[in-house]
Ligand binder design. Structure first.
Ligand SMILES: Cc1cc2nc3c(=O)[nH]c(=O)nc-3n(C[C@H](O)[C@H](O)[C@H](O)COP(=O)(O)OP(=O)(O)OC[C@H]3O[C@@H](n4cnc5c(N)ncnc54)[C@H](O)[C@@H]3O)c2cc1C
Length: 400
């Protein structure tokens, strides 16, 4: 089989990339390979569903630019194609004086990144927006919204198929070899000859890069995020989205409250080291995945640096009481009886050999390939903008 571009991974980044390419070159043949029987089976279908506004990210970073642009594109996409979403706005709450400098820095980043309407507010205004949240000061971010990214992914598949692109489910990418200016892709369903291959394999993106003969400069380490669901009688404690001031040393945002687009309120996620890249239960264990993490020097360097935070996240995973304590800092009326176990998702977090958690999105060109080596949150929000960026890189490969 022959086609111009093969995309590995039917998560939202792979599908958004396919959409961008299909838009630009309607005549090009395009194939998305997804190993699972459905799209958005991993990160893209197991997240908080927040359309982030672009507040947190270092000004000038790829993340900052693509998050702001991506959020705008995501909302426009949902409006155009009738995908249920809501612009709820969110508050980021400083619960003590010590957090105020970090809150001011977030406000500065938000303004610099061009996030519309970011406003520092005091206790009274916070009480108007979220009457049950407690804090000394907060940021109000009116443009933040919620959506079900799996529904967005499903809609993109529908549009792709209508435009003549193929999305093949249950087919796994195995390897890539080059033959002159062609890429020969081995899959569980035979070989495909392509001009360019785009690796959007999420939790397996480092492996797919290595199977393509390229050397990723970071390794994926999986971090599970677990949620609780608020009981119906506690849902009125949260109107929209309530977030803490995050610890700037980590790429995770801290446990928060999210009013879901389909109804109900979730609390979480924590960030716990996982020993299975795709296993969402606490007991999930995959020997290959565990050895990949434990055999990586970067992991031990990170562990030494962040041992304390890592252990407290592990403890919060085991102890519901500890989880409730973290939530009560934001909303004191929350009680243990209000929380029922919810779902979980595993984040693909790239870790550099020196133990640094890679903060920015990382999209690199290989030989006849583009690899998305780090696309953590807010990559679902930013997916339509990430897709455009990858399409620029793919264009160079296809035209070469
Ligand atoms: C707990 C949690 C909360 C989050 N909250 C948010 C949020 O509120 N807002 C936000 O914007 N982002 C959020 N994110 C981040 C967001 O979900 C991810 O950044 C985004 O979904 C990444 O999409 P992806 O397509 O790169 O990866 P994935 O969705 O993981 O897709 C990769 C796909 O590649 C497939 N694949 C892998 N290997 C192969 C192979 N060899 N052959 C074929 N297919 C293969 C996999 O099966 C998978 O379907 C969250 C993530 C998590 C885990």
């Amino acid at each position: 089989m022959r086609c111009d571009v093969v995309i590995v991974g039917g998560g939202i980044v792979g599908l958004a990339t396919a959409r961008a390419i299909a838009h630009r070159w309607p005549g090009r043949s395009l194939l998305v390979l997804e190993k699972e029987p459905r799209v958005a089976a991993h990160q893209s279908g197991r997240n908080s569903g927040v359309i982030h506004s672009g507040l947190y990210y270092r000004p000038g970073s790829v993340k900052a630019r693509l998050a702001v642009e991506g959020a705008r594109r995501m909302v426009a996409f949902c409006r155009e194609h009738g995908v249920a979403h809501a612009i709820t706005g969110k508050v980021v709450v400083a619960t003590c004086e010590r957090e105020l400098p970090a809150l001011t820095e977030l406000a500065r980043r938000g303004r610099e990144n061009g996030v519309p309407g970011v406003e520092e507010i005091g206790r009274e205004r916070l009480a108007e927006i979220e009457p049950h949240a407690r804090g000394v000061r907060a940021l109000w971010v009116p443009g933040t919204g919620v959506v079900d990214f799996a529904t967005v992914a499903g809609k993109i598949v529908e549009l792709l198929r209508a435009a003549g692109a193929q999305v093949r489910l249950g087919v796994r990418f195995l390897a890539l070899r080059r033959d002159g200016d062609r890429a020969i892709v081995a899959t569980t369903d035979g070989e495909i000859e392509a001009r360019a291959v785009i690796n959007c394999a999420g939790l397996h993106s480092d492996r797919v890069a290595a199977q393509s003969g390229d050397r990723p400069d970071a390794r994926i380490v999986p971090f599970r995020g677990e949620y609780y669901r608020l009981a119906p009688d506690a849902e009125s404690l949260v109107r929209g989205l309530i977030y803490p001031v995050p610890d700037s040393r980590f790429p995770f945002l801290g446990v928060h409250f999210t009013r879901l687009v389909g109804g109900g309120v979730e609390a979480g996620p924590n960030a716990v080291l996982a020993f299975s890249r795709e296993g969402t239960s606490r007991a999930a264990f995959d020997l290959g995945d565990a050895l990949a993490t434990l055999g990586y020097g970067g992991f031990w360097r990170m562990a030494a640096r962040h041992a304390r935070t890592g252990l407290s996240e592990q403890w919060r995973s085991i102890s519901k009481r500890a989880f409730v304590r973290a939530l009560r800092v934001l909303v004191p009326e929350i009680e243990t009886r209000h929380l029922a176990a919810g779902g979980a998702g595993v984040r693909a977090q790239a870790l550099a050999p020196d133990g640094a958690l890679v903060d920015d999105f990382r999209i690199v060109r290989g030989a006849r390939a583009v690899h998305v080596l780090n696309a953590p949150s807010p990559a679902a929000t930013a997916s339509l903008a990430i897709g455009e960026r990858i399409a620029d890189l793919a264009a160079e490969l296809v035209e070469e």
